[in-house]
Ligand binder design. Structure first.
Ligand SMILES: [Zn+2]
Length: 305
């Protein structure tokens, strides 16, 4: 993966974060601003005629009398965690190139492990990109197996592993997803769902399941890894493979053991961080996603735990 050629100064750093968002009132004011950039609006009736109930951090709608706060109906609602800790957690997750484990979050924020685990998952869920734009130009596609070794089974054993598929547009964004089987129907579906119909070229390895992906305006070029062929002219899959090595270093370095059931969430997080790698406002933009994301129902979160 190429480093950004032009270095940028990120909008946020740790001293600034502590200075600007060290207390809950400042955090609340920021969330209000990000949630209602054009002025506070009633979530129930959309009226802009709102009174403040300052002592309780509440807004009172003058039309329907609904009382709400900056966090009502957001994932920050009903949380016993101070907003300043949420802000710190979000900062750490957007900043850490290889991710942050729940254990690390527990220690850094001085909170219970369960709280840290839920916090990480809620932030991760909000990072998922909805209605992502299609990739185009030259797109590399590759799949990889993620998961633990099983004692007594050879390296080729795939029973305890999950399969991730990914696509990267050259010098552009990535899309990652967990799949059940690396068969032709699944791989072709993933490519169709994530690339524009007039994509110039798809580059893959020689796996037969990719065959036939080309059409009138999309070429398909292959590097044959089985014969140690890695680069043929412009054709290689080094971009997506460096995303896999980043994923695997994260799993070894930070998460230690990623439950296969949660791999999709980790892929969303990696995708969000990678696609915002040149975005100096990644902290603000992530915060905006969080304040606008629907709450992840608790039952949904724990069902796979
Ligand atoms: Zn109202």
């Amino acid at each position: 993966m190429k480093k950004p050629t032009k270095s940028f100064k990120a909008e946020m750093n740790l001293p600034k974060l502590i200075e600007q968002f060290g207390d809950n009132d400042k955090c609340r004011a920021r969330l209000t601003q990000l949630r209602w950039p054009n002025g506070v609006t009633c979530p129930r009736c959309e009226s802009k005629s709102i009174s403040q109930v300052i002592e309780r951090n509440q807004h009172d709608c003058n039309c329907c009398r609904y009382q709400f706060s900056a966090t009502s109906g957001t994932i920050f609602h009903d949380t016993h965690l101070p907003l300043s800790k949420w802000f710190l957690a979000i900062y750490l997750m957007t900043e850490a190139k290889k991710g942050v484990s729940a254990l690390q979050m527990k220690r850094t924020l001085d909170i219970a492990y369960q709280t840290a685990w839920h916090l990480c998952h809620r932030i991760r869920a909000a990072m998922r990109e909805i209605n992502a734009e299609l990739l185009r130009g030259v797109v590399e596609v590759d799949e990889t197996y993620v998961g633990g070794k099983v004692r007594g089974m050879g390296r080729g054993y795939k029973g305890n592993k999950a399969i991730a598929i990914g696509a990267v547009q050259r010098a552009g964004k990535i899309r990652l997803q967990v799949i059940e089987h690396a068969d032709k129907a699944t791989l072709h579906q993933f490519i169709h769902d994530n690339t524009a119909p007039d994509t110039e070229a798809i580059y893959t390895d020689e796996l037969p399941a990719y065959w036939g992906i080309e059409d009138a305006d999309t070429k398909h070029r292959v590097v044959r890894h089985s014969i140690e062929e890695w680069v043929v002219g412009d054709v290689h899959t080094n971009g997506i493979e460096s995303v896999w090595s980043l994923l695997k270093r994260s799993i070894i370095g930070s998460y230690h053991r990623v439950s296969i059931k949660h791999l999709d969430a980790y892929l969303d997080e990696l995708e969000h961080r990678f696609n915002n790698r040149k975005n100096e406002y990644i902290f603000r933009d992530t915060l905006t996603k969080l304040v606008n994301a629907a709450k992840l129902p608790y039952q949904e979160l724990i069902k796979a735990a």
